[in-house]
Design a protein. Structure first.
Length: 411
């Protein structure tokens, strides 16, 4: 079912029925009475947990038995994530990538078949071609032009989608994919790091496993590594079991930073979206830019699906630049004052990252020599960001003009 963008999300649990997003973000996972009245949970740096008697030790009568198996700090974040996602439970991982691989391994075994979006995050692609292949799991890649229905096999056990695709920002018809996968008995996994559960709610659409790189918007300050997976009732037992069997756990300080970031997620995302729309709309007017790949922008190929299913957009998108010599991209990016050059995204700062179009299945759509740049629009003033990009695009255009003149002179 589609979630209307102008309505509050469906209730998550009895404690938060009927509350709006910002209220739930401020209260989800909190238990001040258990924390001696403190607003935030204590940060437990823990491994050993002592039991008062042999009976208590062997019968595990205490709520906590070992640091890897959970503490009040991790429980607070897991409860908050479960509340926001609306699933049956959630687990924490030491990184977003480990969350992706955990979710995949929880529903696949040797001899199974996986349908994977072709635009997937590069390290997940490597995991499919490496770890999963060695385990005897075969992967078929699909994109918007692939007849997905024909790709299902009797042994297809999972379909993985990103909302939207990495670098390409392709949109998929999520309800249609869910219906198709469930008809074939397959689970649906979604990487929801871009939108977070505030702007897209996977379980409300029937998705079985929702993955977030908490490193990104949940933490929000580029200072912690964290992943999380939320599951519905069907997928939860296997996910919880494998999480424990693999010994996965997140560091207490990173969990605390995620809890702190969670409280301001709503206000930060709204500003990211406001800035990104302003910058993307301006970029669409520049002659150096062939296309802005941002589903929230009218005219984007996925805009209709985004409007139907999403309640907002974050600050991450890509642009495709006009053909130019290789050094033009260096001239554009090297001297930006407000955009850092680096991987990851979701922090308060703006970032730029060049990428190869052919590595993401985009080369065929654009003339030879076109360049791709992924931008994360941070919390700076949008006018300052636009001015910085304008100077950079002027440098890019100058390099392209010089190259054109040199080519003409040689002719």
């Amino acid at each position: 079912m589609a979630v209307k963008r102008d309505e509050p999300p469906p209730p998550r649990d009895g404690a938060h029925d009927g509350l709006h997003d910002d209220t739930r973000l401020a209260h989800a996972g909190r238990d001040s009475a258990a924390w001696h009245g403190f607003v935030n949970p204590p940060v437990y740096h823990a491994s050993t947990v002592l039991s008062p008697t042999v009976s208590d030790l062997l019968n595990r009568t205490q709520p906590y038995i070992y640091g890897r198996r959970g503490t009040p700090t991790t429980d607070a974040l897991e409860r908050a994530v479960t509340s926001l996602e609306g699933g049956a439970g959630a687990v924490l991982c030491p990184s977003g990538l480990s969350a992706c691989t955990l979710a995949l391994l929880s529903c696949l075994k040797p001899g199974d078949h996986l349908l994977m979006t072709a635009s997937v995050y590069g390290p997940v692609r490597h995991a499919c071609e490496g770890v999963l292949a060695r385990l005897g799991v075969e992967t078929t890649w699909y994109d918007g032009s692939t007849p997905v229905a024909a790709a299902f096999r009797p042994n297809t056990r999972a379909l993985y989608v990103e909302v939207p695709g990495s670098y390409t920002f392709d949109m998929h018809d999520i309800p249609a994919l869910v219906r198709l996968a469930h008809t074939h008995g397959a689970l649906v996994l979604a990487d929801n790091s871009w939108a977070t559960p505030l702007f897209f709610q996977p379980h409300a659409f029937g998705i079985d496993l929702s993955i977030q790189a908490g490193t990104k918007y949940l933490v929000g300050h580029s200072d912690a590594m964290l992943g999380m997976v939320s599951a519905n009732a069907r997928a939860w037992p296997a996910l919880k079991q494998l999480h424990g069997d693999l010994g996965l756990c997140a560091g207490p300080d990173d969990v605390y930073l995620a809890l702190r970031g969670l409280r301001t997620l709503g206000v930060r995302l709204r500003q990211h979206q406001r800035n990104a729309l302003a910058v993307a709309s301006w970029l669409a007017t520049r002659a150096e830019v062939q296309r802005v790949l941002y589903p929230a922008l009218p005219g984007d190929a996925g805009h209709a699906l985004w409007r139907r299913d999403f309640r907002g957009a974050s600050g991450l998108f890509s642009i495709v630049l006009q053909p130019a010599p290789a050094h033009a991209i260096d001239a554009f990016l090297d001297h930006l004052a407000l955009f850092g050059l680096g991987y990851s995204w979701g922090g308060y700062e703006s970032l730029a990252l060049p990428f190869e179009l052919d590595a993401h299945g985009l080369a065929a759509r654009w003339p030879a020599g076109s360049c791709g740049v992924r931008l994360h629009i941070g919390l700076e003033d949008a006018d300052d960001l636009i001015a910085d990009l304008a100077a950079g695009l002027d440098r890019y255009a100058a390099c392209a003009s010089i190259a054109a003149c040199e080519d003409a002179a040689r002719c």
